[in-house]
Design a protein around this ligand. Structure first.
Ligand code: G3I
Length: 363
């Protein structure tokens, strides 16, 4: 009877339990992390939390440390959830990442507006930025390993994004954000985080930005490649070129938000031919009934190619964080999409891609 119970327990825990974990396999290469959502931080997702503890040694908050969440009104900070997030990481001995301080999304309008609704001036916005960073970073001083200080400040052509931060403060809003963060916690690692840096024009702009920060005396510990990838874009070679280019500046690279969109309609130019021969493939919910085994294998090979690059460049790569724990958590299920971008499925069971990624780390 006991043997039956044990077998049943092992079966329900999924194959991931009988294999080494991601954090174990890659422990000599880089940290392996996951973004946590509200249910996971609040202890309302026991299976998800259990898988996080089993597989990962780093965590990032998907939303709870963004300005709109932690500082919704001028005189109001909301630290209940972030405190639980940091406590979860400390209890489980994980590297705790802060995401994100200065971004053009999920920042309340009051930050940029004066009482009459017109934009505030440079001095006022700088003071608001300073006070936010000093309060939030200061609260977790010595507890949060590193911060995505500025998120997505470079446009696709390599120029600075025309955000309210740039328009009101000017180009030095980026240097100021890093300086304020360093003042608040001198030992925290400070990151610049962005997506599509694998595209040459944008990468060139971000390289120039990091160089300018370094010339201004800012210590950029790492550049975050978000890693919101498609089935064929970027190629492993493009990823390796990008890692090498930033490492040449003397900064580390962290892959901060890794997921792979498998929906045919999401593939952009590289996947356009997919849609030509089957009009149904234009549907965002093309895989609503589940991801066919053939596509599970495509995803497994795609992750294999990427992790081969990460392992080959482990000297430069400090961390690889997945943007979610299981497929059901993913932001990529937005817009009507039914997506399968991660290593664990909607029941937190390992997918073929999990086995494939483990193999790339086994020496
Ligand atoms: O919290 C509110 C809730 O009160 C409300 O009932 C609900 C319905 O409107 O919305 C909830 O807020 C949502 C929030 O996630 C928290 O769940 C927002 O609508 C939704 O837009 C927001 O989406 C997040 C998105 O950033 C916003 O741009 C995603 O979860 C998050 O995965 C995504 O993450 C970003 C990174 O921070 C930066 N890099 C890109 C990445 C993907 O966009």
């Amino acid at each position: 009877m006991l043997a039956v119970l044990v077998a049943l327990l092992m079966a329900t825990r999924g194959a991931a339990q009988t294999q080494p974990s991601l954090k174990e396999v890659f422990k000599k290469d880089f940290l392996v992390g996951a973004a946590l959502n509200y249910p996971q931080i609040l202890g309302l997702d026991g299976r998800g939390d259990s898988l996080v503890r089993q597989q990962f040694n780093a965590i990032t908050p998907e939303n709870c440390l963004k300005w709109e969440s932690v500082h919704p009104r001028p005189e109001t900070y909301s630290f209940e959830v972030p405190d639980k997030y940091v406590a979860f990481g400390e209890k489980n001995g994980m590297a705790i990442i802060g995401h994100t301080l200065v971004w053009h999304h999920q920042t309340p309008r009051w930050v940029f507006d004066s009482a009459n609704g017109k934009p505030v001036d440079r001095e006022i916005l700088l003071r608001r930025m300073h006070d936010h960073i000093a309060t939030v970073v200061g609260r977790y001083k010595g507890r949060i390993k590193g911060w995505d200080v500025v998120n997505e400040a470079v446009d696709e052509d390599g120029s600075l994004r025309q955000s309210p931060w740039l328009k009101i403060i000017g180009e030095d809003f980026i240097v100021k954000a890093f300086q304020f963060a360093h003042e608040a916690d001198p030992n925290a690692e400070l990151y610049y985080n962005d997506y599509s840096l694998e595209n040459a024009p944008k990468r060139k702009g971000a390289l120039a930005l990091v160089k300018k920060l370094q010339e201004s005396g800012v210590h950029v510990a790492a550049v975050g490649l978000q890693g919101h990838y498609k089935l064929v874009w970027p190629s492993p070679a493009q990823v390796e070129t990008t890692i090498t280019a930033f490492a040449a500046l003397g900064v580390k690279v962290v892959v901060t938000e890794l997921d792979i969109d498998v929906v045919p309609a999401s593939q952009g130019n590289e996947g356009a031919d997919l849609l030509l021969n089957n009009k149904d493939m234009r549907r965002a919910d093309f895989y609503a009934a589940g991801l066919p085994d053939s596509m599970q294998q495509v995803l497994a090979r795609r992750y294999t190619g990427l992790f081969a690059v990460f392992v080959r460049n482990a000297e430069a790569v400090d961390r690889v964080t997945f943007w979610g724990v299981g497929d059901g958590n993913s932001w990529l299920n937005s817009g009507g999409r039914v997506n399968y971008p991660l290593l664990f499925d909607r029941k937190y069971q390992p997918k073929p891609a999990f086995d494939a990624v483990l193999k790339t780390g086994m020496k």
